[in-house]
Design a protein around this ligand. Structure first.
Ligand code: HH2
Length: 280
């Protein structure tokens, strides 16, 4: 995507670490910490220095119950950050948005990829914008909308339904002209999923291998971790995040989207070395 290529060693795959920068007042784990553009750019550069392979900058919280923000507000939050960051990007930059007009503005500034948590539920326009700019696109599965998704998530066939929706999103993206090598898929941990759904998805990432795309997952500090640990708050979910990322990478994740880049990178590198060990 946009001249960036990630090498992938089939024998000894190394997962990419995507560092999260939330330019929001209300994100569930870090809301309000990086609303000041200078603080957000500082955080982005810190995550890159800690070893992030790419960054994901978002300006709309998608936590359960979130009402969403207008395109104008999203642009007003993102542009001052991206203008500075993309002036001298420390690594490729993804932007977490589902709005074509926001995507157009950030890709015009030089962002490398769009991360769409709706999996193109709004139609092919977002993918067309990515295609025009030669940008990458992540399509995520979500049941419902952030406002309603955790009310009563149900599936007859969790893995089959999530895979089918991702397959449709990939087909839409490719038909809109996004390069097939620049698309990744994400089962959407926490987006219309019970704790049991999240655990099954993380364990069974192999179910998404037939899609033939890199698999992205975002378990970082999410509520299923709190639920498993006596309702620990987000700030105390690091160890749970490390366990989830290690298991996800072992199950076939190609990219993990996380707040704690340095710690996750260390844990994942050790897990990969053990997974790939060969007897002397
Ligand atoms: N999770 C969140 C946001 N965007 N994108 C992808 N592809 N996968 C995810 O799992 C994912 C995502 C939610 O996490 P966060 O950005 O930390 O919180 P908030 O939505 O409250 O800003």
């Amino acid at each position: 995507m946009r001249g960036v290529e990630f090498a992938w060693d089939a024998e000894r795959p190394r997962a990419l670490i995507m560092g999260i920068v939330n330019v929001t007042p209300d994100s569930f784990a870090d809301g309000g910490r990086y609303v000041d553009p200078a603080a957000a750019v500082r955080q982005a550069r810190t995550l890159a220095a800690e070893g992030a392979d790419l960054l994901d900058v978002g300006a709309e919280s998608t936590r359960p119950g979130s009402p969403g923000v207008s395109a104008g507000e999203e642009r007003a939050r993102l542009l001052p950050v991206l203008e500075r960051l993309l002036d001298d990007p420390p690594c490729p930059v993804s932007v977490d948005t589902s709005k074509p007009e926001v995507a157009e503005a950030v890709l015009a500034l030089g962002a490398h990829m769009v991360n769409d948590i709706t999996g193109l539920a709004g139609g092919p326009e977002l993918a067309r914008v990515c295609a025009t700019h030669g940008a990458g696109l992540a399509v995520m599965h979500m049941q419902g909308t952030p406002r309603t998704m955790q009310a009563d998530p149900r599936y007859d066939d969790l893995l089959g339904e999530v895979r089918a929706r991702l397959e449709t999103a990939v087909a839409t993206a490719e038909a809109a002209g996004v390069s097939p090598e620049s698309i990744c898929v994400d089962p959407g941990i926490g987006f219309g999923k019970t704790v049991a759904h999240n655990l099954t998805l993380l364990k069974r990432l192999d179910a998404f291998r037939p899609l033939g795309k890199p698999i992205l997952v975002g378990p970082s500090r999410k509520s299923f971790i709190g639920a498993l640990l006596d309702y620990l708050p987000p700030a105390e979910r690091l160890e749970g995040t490390l366990a989830a990322c290690v298991m996800a990478v072992t199950a076939g994740a190609h990219i993990v989207r996380v707040h704690d880049v340095a710690a996750v990178r260390r844990a994942v590198r050790v897990a990969e070395a053990i997974r790939d060990a060969v007897p002397e």
